[in-house]
Ligand binder design. Structure first.
Ligand SMILES: [Zn+2]
Length: 307
């Protein structure tokens, strides 16, 4: 979180924005769906028409809310997210999770480009400004490095949700975390993105990586004191876990030396470290049968990320 006023009551902003000059534009959005993670990607059009089984109930301990924006320009953003039922999907996606208390997830105006978890309220706040910024920084045409607009909007938004979900789970499930909590939340986010097949992994990881690639890195010694890793480090961390978990799907990043071989050599071990942590701390709180049903659903639609 970048606002000092919120510093004492919030944890974990997704990151302080400042991405590429962040011009906010509301015109387009694709409602991203969120939850994604779950999902099956936008690659082919055939499964498009399929949607989630209606019998998959929402998590009764997840309370969602689209809060009216303070700025008129975000009204359209809220309406698009509502129409796409982003929060409703998220609640269904979280249905296997056995929470000890109610988790609130809401979209709202924050006055800054951010997403953050508020421990005192057991609440994840997803800012309209954050989503609008993703639309602003997403390339209209695929970049020379191969990043697409859909990947950036979908992957960037899902990453924010999963990162904040990480903070929420660490808090609500009383999970001890070695190392910086911000790094742990990033690791959980990347790990979740890797649980729904190679296509979903590529869409979401690439999109998230692009946002870190685009963000400004610290320029002064003091800026390195931040809770979060520098964007450049987060970029490599996501690619490393992706390569460690799905080597074939992310091999090109190593072949092209985007992920240096010196780091790539440790990525399998890093991925297994995160997987063990997940199995030990979070998996016991997940209904396995429901989880399989969630993994079988197509969460991402080809139309997501489109205007
Ligand atoms: Zn955080």
């Amino acid at each position: 979180m970048s606002g000092a006023a919120n510093m004492t009551m919030t944890r974990c902003d997704w990151f302080n924005l400042d991405i590429l000059g962040a011009r906010m534009r509301i015109s387009r959005i694709a409602a991203v769906l969120i939850v994604a993670a779950a999902c099956l990607m936008l690659q082919s059009s055939l499964t498009l028409a399929q949607s989630r089984p209606p019998e998959l109930a929402a998590n009764s301990r997840v309370i969602i809310d689209y809060i009216d924006p303070r700025l008129q320009r975000s009204q359209a953003t809220m309406e698009r997210l509502k129409k796409r039922q982003v929060l409703e999907d998220l609640s269904m996606f979280l249905s296997p999770l056995k929470l000890p208390r109610v988790l609130r997830v809401r979209t709202k105006s924050c006055g800054q480009v951010n997403a953050f978890y508020v421990p005192a309220e057991w609440a994840i706040n997803l800012c309209y400004e954050f989503y609008e910024n993703l639309e602003a920084i997403a390339p209209n045409k695929p970049t020379p490095q191969g990043y697409t607009r859909d990947e950036v909007i979908i992957g960037g938004f899902i990453d924010a949700i999963f990162h904040e979900l990480g903070h929420a789970l660490f808090d609500m499930l009383n999970i001890p975390v070695f190392g910086r909590e911000e790094d742990g939340a990033d690791q959980l986010s990347a790990f979740l993105m890797l649980q729904f097949g190679k296509d979903v992994a590529r869409t979401t990881i690439k999109g998230a990586a692009f946002t870190y690639l685009s963000a400004k890195n610290p320029r002064t010694r003091t800026e390195f004191a931040a809770e979060h890793g520098a964007p450049a480090q987060r970029f490599f961390n996501y690619l490393c876990l992706a390569y460690g978990g799905e080597p074939e799907a992310f091999k090109e990043f190593v072949d092209q030396n985007i992920l240096p071989k010196s780091r790539a050599e440790s990525c399998t071990r890093e991925f297994h470290q995160v997987r063990r942590a997940f199995a030990k701390t979070i998996l016991p709180h997940i209904d396995q049968d429901l989880m399989k049903r969630v993994q079988s659903i197509q969460w991402l639609r080809p139309s997501d990320g489109k205007q």
